[in-house]
Write a protein that binds this ligand. Structure first.
Ligand SMILES: Cc1cc2nc3c(=O)[nH]c(=O)nc-3n(C[C@H](O)[C@H](O)[C@H](O)COP(=O)(O)OP(=O)(O)OC[C@H]3O[C@@H](n4cnc5c(N)ncnc54)[C@H](O)[C@@H]3O)c2cc1C
Length: 373
């Protein structure tokens, strides 16, 4: 049986491993985290019917997803910086249930054969060898017929296929955490799903997660150098800088910055819209490694899961029928075209949310979505 290495145990890499195992392959996943609980996995994700949910169905994990997901948390609220509620859609009728990242990762991990994920293996390099590629870990090297880069934004696999480097999007998010029980005002502000408060080139966002947790983001336009500096500053100093940046906003909104538990400073990066590469036998990409974009289209994880479903099919064709790479080349064309549309939407979403026109572009976007539904 051919040997397949998947670099990265995020949602895309784990989904690919699961789907390949269902097809009789024995892939190995190399993940840099020491274990599944090493770091918090981040906020809630909404999975879409034709991409994320479809992949879970193909993986036989639909019931586990239904049990862990929260269809009741799909609401949207929009405020201006004065705290006026401009849009309120508390309607959970959409087919985009939310799931915590940790729960999604757990479902995928539990579905894999024991030993599939090699934890604590940060891959430093991939090198071409006579037949396939060598994967080089902390103190070892192993050769594989196929290597899949599912290693996210700063992929170690991508440079073998493409010269593209993620560019800073000009916007940085400071991530904050709230316990809904201890923060009744944040609980009330957030409504049944997600709330955006948008002002001049700034936004405060909260998002309901599982277990009574609310994740918050204070987003603003910063130069890359300042964003890097904020990443090294103590939380109290970041909070002071944020309080200055959001001065004049309604007290109920400013309280988010003042009271949230500090979780980190995250500058947003993206690959060029439409990023693709010259196909190379034995090596390919999926998810953020292939098409990193800002979260403002809400498509990243959905694309990663959909890519995994398409790649599992393409690899099966490549490895069990004709011994050539054509099916994977077609897969790459498909995912690049699909991601280009989402990346365009993400760029528009980011520039709409952080605009000198304040809340208007986001309000127009929300109203159009309801009109077109
Ligand atoms: C603030 C924020 C909010 C977001 N919100 C949403 C949302 O609401 N909806 C949505 O669809 N998407 C959202 N996204 C995007 C989404 O998180 C990503 O698109 C998705 O996680 C991509 O999955 P992936 O498997 O391709 O990569 P990742 O999730 O990045 O996983 C990559 C894995 O590879 C591992 N890795 C990296 N380098 C190495 C290495 N050298 N060796 C070994 N392992 C390595 C990492 O530890 C990680 O586990 C958001 C992103 C951010 C930053």
């Amino acid at each position: 049986m051919e040997r397949i290495a998947i670099i990265g145990g995020g949602p895309g890499g784990l989904m690919l491993a699961r789907l390949l195992q269902l097809r009789g392959f024995s892939p190995v996943v190399f993940e840099r985290d020491q274990h599944a609980a090493e770091r918090p996995q981040g906020g809630s994700l909404d999975l879409h019917g034709q991409t994320g949910q479809r992949a879970l169905r193909l993986a036989g994990l639909e019931n586990a997803f239904i049990a862990a997901s929260r269809p009741e948390h799909q609401g949207d609220r929009l405020y201006d910086s004065a705290g006026t509620l401009l849009f309120d859609r508390d309607d959970p009728a959409d087919d985009r249930p939310e799931i915590d990242r940790t729960a999604l990762r757990r479902i995928l991990l539990d579905s894999l054969e024991p030993g599939t994920v090699r934890w604590g293996q940060k891959i430093s390099q991939i090198a071409a060898v006579e037949r396939g590629f060598a994967v080089i870990g902390p103190d070892w090297r192993a050769e594989f017929d196929v290597v899949v880069g599912a290693d996210g934004a700063w992929s170690r696999v991508r440079p073998l296929l493409s010269e593209a480097i993620p560019a800073y999007e000009g916007v940085t998010l400071v991530e904050l955490g709230f316990d809904a029980g201890q923060h009744p005002a944040v609980h009330a502000l957030t409504g049944s799903g997600k709330m955006f408060a948008v002002g001049d080139n700034r936004a405060l966002i909260t998002q309901r997660n599982g277990f009574g947790h609310i994740r918050g983001y204070a987003g603003l336009r910063l130069s890359e150098a300042i964003a890097r500096q904020w990443q090294t500053m103590p939380p109290a100093q970041v909070r002071m800088a944020l309080a200055q940046a959001f001065a004049g906003w309604a007290p109920g909104l400013l309280a988010l910055v003042e009271t949230g538990t500090f979780l980190g400073v995250r500058p947003l990066y993206a690959l060029p819209v439409g990023h693709c590469w010259q196909s190379r036998a034995g090596l390919t990409l999926l998810g953020d490694a292939a098409h990193l974009m800002s979260p403002f289209a809400g498509e990243g994880v959905n694309l990663a899961l959909a890519d995994a479903a398409d790649l599992a099919e393409a690899l099966t064709e490549t490895m069990t029928e004709a011994p050539d790479w054509a099916a994977v080349t077609r897969y790459e064309e498909t995912i690049c075209a699909r991601a280009a549309i989402a990346a365009e939407g993400a760029a528009q979403g980011l520039n709409g949310a952080f605009s000198s026109r304040g809340v208007s572009p986001v309000l127009e976007h929300y109203r159009a979505r309801v009109r077109d539904a």
